[in-house]
Design a protein around this ligand. Structure first.
Ligand SMILES: Cc1cc2nc3c(=O)[nH]c(=O)nc-3n(C[C@H](O)[C@H](O)[C@H](O)COP(=O)(O)OP(=O)(O)OC[C@H]3O[C@@H](n4cnc5c(N)ncnc54)[C@H](O)[C@@H]3O)c2cc1C
Length: 490
């Protein structure tokens, strides 16, 4: 293995794997380093008990015309990974104020739910319909410029501009915001919500790569080697080396590697405050980074069942009382769980090769603090009580179960360098004031250092946002490398 590269990428999560694969394809000598034994970060796919699965439920949105398709095509990997679009995707259950549970099928393959069927299930009256239609038309027809105006507006504040029934607000906020942005809805950015909602309703949701999300990132990583680069796993980066205000390379527990360009997928806060060290930054920049707000964490369960219970990949439940707010979240953190919560059940076992014949693994979960020290029991108890009420069959066939929370998430992804952070579900929170034009720049204020992944360079939902970031940051890093020949000799 060489010790000198054109570019080194720290972290093989969705953003890092994409970025390193593209840079290698474009002719740069690239090194990808990750502390884990497998690539994929929070979206890695593992094999256990005869199943293949991600540690928590992962499905992508949009499903058609995605950055996943673009990157696979650029890398010549279309035949390696099939991007599956389930149809139907699942079932949506709405509980009315009188306790009746109404169900509607969520179609897949880029087809939205028929709006009139949806409004019927949500109990929208004829008198309420014009205002509901105004809201949907405004969202789906909004120009990028108008969306940008909402980068610092919270989702509930945006919805307050429309006099729509609570059932409609609840459907939008629980399914299309809390379930994707992993944030209380009063602080979630309206512009990010609109992006995800529009993508979901025009280009579908639920995309799943054949063999799992990890397989997608493994194929990208294999292409790095095929294009003359190197990949080293089980290697923790301890320091990104800066000399004379320039990137020099990095120090790991397996040795030192040199490059004029380093792209970090380790999270903006760990990168600036720990790996580079805040002494290399202007105080105001270090404080800006320290004050960034992460997404919520997540706690949940995986149930390994002796027979299939779910017919579709996704089942979601909400009621008029499930709109999450910062106040509700803080109360839950203080031990006062809300009475009703948004709940889901999902499975990847329906996809080829993911489960032993006749068996199924299903997930459930709930947003919780991102702090890896969070005691997850109260959150798990709440979600399990709701699963028992809504999908009692699941518990009849459990052969084995496993719980997960922010500590496991942090172990697979980023270090906790600011109190309360590390186990975030997405990464940087897509909150009002921190998205779109207000999101951190992927270019660090040190020549040759870039951030990639959830924290910078993309927008939208989870993996898709990170792959978009990988694509955008790869272009920036290549341009830097091409235009700074003096840095190559440093
Ligand atoms: C419970 C849960 C449910 C989710 N559901 C979905 C979903 O349904 N759909 C969806 O699209 N997304 C979902 N996501 C979010 C998605 O997985 C993340 O947004 C995405 O993985 C973030 O990618 P990233 O590129 O920022 O890097 P990460 O996935 O955070 O990976 C970072 C990588 O950097 C490595 N690294 C960090 N520090 C170092 C170091 N010092 N040295 C070496 N390596 C290092 C880590 O080992 C890791 O591999 C979910 C996440 C969770 C936790």
């Amino acid at each position: 293995m060489a010790s000198r590269y054109d570019v080194i990428v720290v972290g093989a999560g969705p953003g890092g794997a994409t970025c390193a694969a593209l840079l290698a394809k474009w002719g740069l000598k690239a090194l990808l380093v990750d502390k884990n034994s497998q690539v994929g970060g929070k979206a890695m796919t593992v094999s256990k008990r005869g199943f293949r699965f991600e540690y928590w439920p992962i499905a992508a949105c949009p499903s058609t015309g995605t950055h996943f398709h673009d990157v696979l095509k650029t890398l010549g990997l279309e035949k390696e990974v099939d991007l599956i679009v389930p149809d139907p995707l699942g079932l949506m259950h709405y509980e009315t104020p009188s306790g009746e549970i109404r169900t509607i099928v969520i179609p897949g393959a880029g087809r939205p739910i028929d709006p009139m069927d949806l409004f019927n299930v949500l109990g929208v009256t004829e008198a309420e319909l014009p205002e509901v239609m105004r809201l949907f038309t405004d969202i789906l027809g909004m120009s990028p410029q108008a969306q940008e105006q909402l980068d610092d507006v919270g989702l509930l504040e945006f919805l307050d501009r429309y006099q729509v029934p609570t059932s409609v607000r609840s459907m939008l906020t629980t399914l299309q915001s809390e379930g994707t942005l992993e944030l209380p809805n009063d602080i979630a950015s309206a512009s990010e919500f609109i992006k995800v909602f529009t993508q979901n309703n025009t280009r579908g949701g639920g995309l799943y790569p054949s063999g799992g999300f990890g397989r997608l990132y493994e194929a990208m990583t294999e292409s790095i080697r095929a294009n003359g680069g190197d990949v080293i796993l089980r290697t923790k980066v301890e320091r990104i080396i800066v000399q004379n205000g320039r990137i020099r390379g990095l120090a790991t527990d397996k040795g030192t590697f040199y490059a004029p360009v380093v792209v970090s997928n380790a999270g903006i806060q760990p990168t600036v405050l720990k790996l580079v060290g805040e002494e290399h930054f202007d105080k105001s920049y270090a404080n800006y980074v320290r004050d960034l707000v992460p997404s919520l964490g997540f706690a949940g369960a995986r149930y390994f069942l002796s027979r299939p219970v779910l017919k579709y990949p996704l089942y979601v439940y909400f009621s008029d009382n499930t709109v999450s707010t910062m106040e509700k979240h803080l109360k839950a953190e203080a031990g006062q769980m809300p009475e009703q919560i948004y709940v889901f059940m999902s499975t990847n076992s329906l996809y080829p090769g993911m489960a032993p014949a006749g068996k199924q693994m299903v997930y459930t979960g709930i947003s919780c603090p991102a702090d890896p020290k969070t005691k997850i029991e109260p959150w798990i108890d709440k979600v399990e009580a709701e699963v028992a009420r809504l999908w009692p069959d699941v518990f009849k066939f459990v052969e084995h179960k496993e719980y997960y929370g922010p500590a496991q998430i942090s172990r697979l992804s980023r270090d906790s360098v600011v109190p309360g952070t590390g186990g975030e579900c997405i990464g940087l929170g897509q909150i009002a004031g921190q998205t779109g034009k207000l999101k951190p720049s992927p270019r660090a204020p040190i020549g040759g250092l870039f951030y990639v992944g959830a924290d910078a360079g993309g927008s939208g939902f989870g993996n898709h946002m990170c792959v978009e970031s990988g694509l955008n940051v790869a272009k920036m890093a290549r341009n830097y490398w091409l235009t700074h020949p003096a840095a190559h000799k440093a």
